[in-house]
Design a protein around this ligand. Structure first.
Ligand code: ZN
Ligand code: MN
Length: 473
């Protein structure tokens, strides 16, 4: 399999005009003569798009071509007012890169053939009502919104690998802050070229292209289906034909949409309205300075520096803000695994419930560190810590203050606990007898009774010791 990803760029304006790229506006409100393809309107390249293309190219270890050219890709479709899409063909801006993906514990390298800049098409909206027959409307807001197309070599062997590659590529785009990765809004779209070959054969079989895959789930399902379809077909003596196929989510099958065009069908030729793009070393060096630590680098550093397992590291590095939150907390409370556990379970649950991103969390890293310190020094129990967690996440209050205000300080006073232990034992002769007869799991019953009376504040370790000592007397 080889994958082609189209990523919408987070620029404010379009690729060749000053119109807004904002999603969801009133149809045709973000348009001008240039992006509607009116005769005589000329394109002017958006410099920011070039910055972003170089940035991704560097992150994917590509060669950045000092000279690249824009080309016209000709085809007719009502959402393409010019009758051609401005893209790059023979000389794209980035070539020959790669992306490393974790497959279990080993890294696999997927080669990236090219990254090029191109404009998006508009959007057709199909309607049908009882009164009218079905009809279509066109919205040119998306026309000429900047895209990067990222084309991999056919290095991907299983649907699982495809998903891992796509997820890490999406993370990279988000880390670089050049694409929001939103699949529902179409900011990150994937097409897949799939072929099969007999074991031992060197040459890849004829490929079919799957279009419009807009969720990780549907990508995985459609690849699974398509691989099986091609194998069955060949086993029955049939032949795979080169074509474009669509995946039907409801039926879970792919079906033929059209015969696949070859590149020459598009009559590519250099765009005469745009000069060749020349990028000098200084420009590339400037962009290189803006590169952040990338997800895979962060994962490896977190494993080495903090000794965290890969499972934790994958979750923490899946969001730049979350990774930063973790590191800030560890700076104050230097027990990485404990911090990671609380973040992965308690914090992520609360953030998800409140639909808040880690960097906007009302519970600050300093406060999480404070909470963990209160537990560590025995001021409160883990149980109390978990109980007050949702409130801390909502209010942003200091854990120390909340614990003091609510009188939640753990009781580690032996005399105080012993008196409750005695009371519970005195009123539970039946359970005491059963415990002494060997039903040791009743210890939980006694712990529960004492905790209930002490409102959960008894030091659990001490309570256990005192109970055992008393019951085994
Ligand atoms: Zn425009
Ligand atoms: Mn494309």
């Amino acid at each position: 399999m080889g994958l082609e990803v189209h990523a919408h760029l987070l620029t404010n304006s379009k690729l060749f005009c000053g119109c807004s790229t904002k999603f969801g506006a009133e149809p045709n409100s973000h348009t001008c003569p240039t992006c509607m393809g009116l005769p005589g309107a000329l394109p002017v390249l958006n410099r920011k798009v070039v910055d972003f293309a170089i940035k991704l190219g560097l992150a994917l270890h590509c060669d950045i071509n000092r000279r690249s050219i824009f080309a016209r890709k000709n085809y007719f479709y009502p959402d393409l007012p010019k009758g051609y899409q401005i893209s790059q063909y023979e000389e794209p801006i980035c070539e020959n890169g790669y992306l490393d993906v974790f497959m279990g514990d080993t890294k696999k390298r997927i080669r990236v053939k090219r990254v090029h800049m191109e404009e998006d098409a508009g959007k057709l909206v199909h309607e049908s009502t009882i009164e009218t027959s079905s009809y279509s409307m066109v919205d040119y807001n998306r026309s000429s919104v900047p895209l990067l197309e990222i084309v991999s070599e056919p290095d991907i062997r299983t649907p699982e690998e495809a998903i891992l590659y796509l997820k890490i590529l999406r993370d990279v785009l988000i880390y670089l802050e050049i694409c929001d990765g939103n699949m529902e809004e179409g900011s990150f779209r994937c097409d897949a070229n799939v072929s099969v070959r007999r074991k031992g054969e060197a040459i890849l079989g004829t490929r079919a292209e799957l279009k419009n895959l807009n969720s990780f789930r549907s990508i995985e399902r459609s690849l699974d289906y398509e691989i099986t379809r091609q194998i069955e077909l060949i086993k029955k003596g049939g032949e795979v034909v080169q074509e474009t196929r669509l995946f039907n989510v409801d039926e879970g099958i792919t079906y033929s949409m059209r015969g696949k065009e070859e590149a020459h069908d598009y009559r590519y030729f250099p765009e005469p309205d745009l000069l060749p793009l020349v990028v000098d070393d200084g420009w590339i060096a400037d962009v290189r300075k803006t590169l952040p630590e990338l997800p895979i680098e962060k994962m490896e550093r977190f494993m080495n520096e903090y000794g965290l397992p890969k499972y934790d590291v994958e979750i923490l590095s899946s969001d730049k803000g979350l990774a930063g939150y973790f590191e800030e907390t560890v700076k104050i409370f230097p027990e990485p695994k404990t911090v990671s556990n609380w973040i992965m379970t308690e914090l992520l649950r609360e953030l998800k419930d409140g639909n808040v991103s880690p960097k906007d969390s009302p519970l600050s890293p300093a406060h999480l560190a404070e909470l963990l310190a209160l537990i560590k020094d025995g001021t409160i129990s883990i149980k109390i810590g978990k109980e007050i967690f949702p409130e801390l996440c909502k209010s942003g209050a200091s854990p120390k203050r909340l614990v003091a205000d609510k009188g939640l300080v753990q009781i580690s006073d032996e005399t105080a606990i012993t008196s409750i232990v005695e009371a519970v034992i005195a009123r539970s002769p039946k359970e005491v007898a059963e415990f002494k007869a060997g039903k040791e799991k009743l210890l939980g019953f006694f712990v529960g009774q004492v905790m209930k009376e002490m409102k959960g504040k008894a030091n659990p370790k001490l309570l256990n010791e005192l109970l055992l000592k008393r019951l085994k007397d």
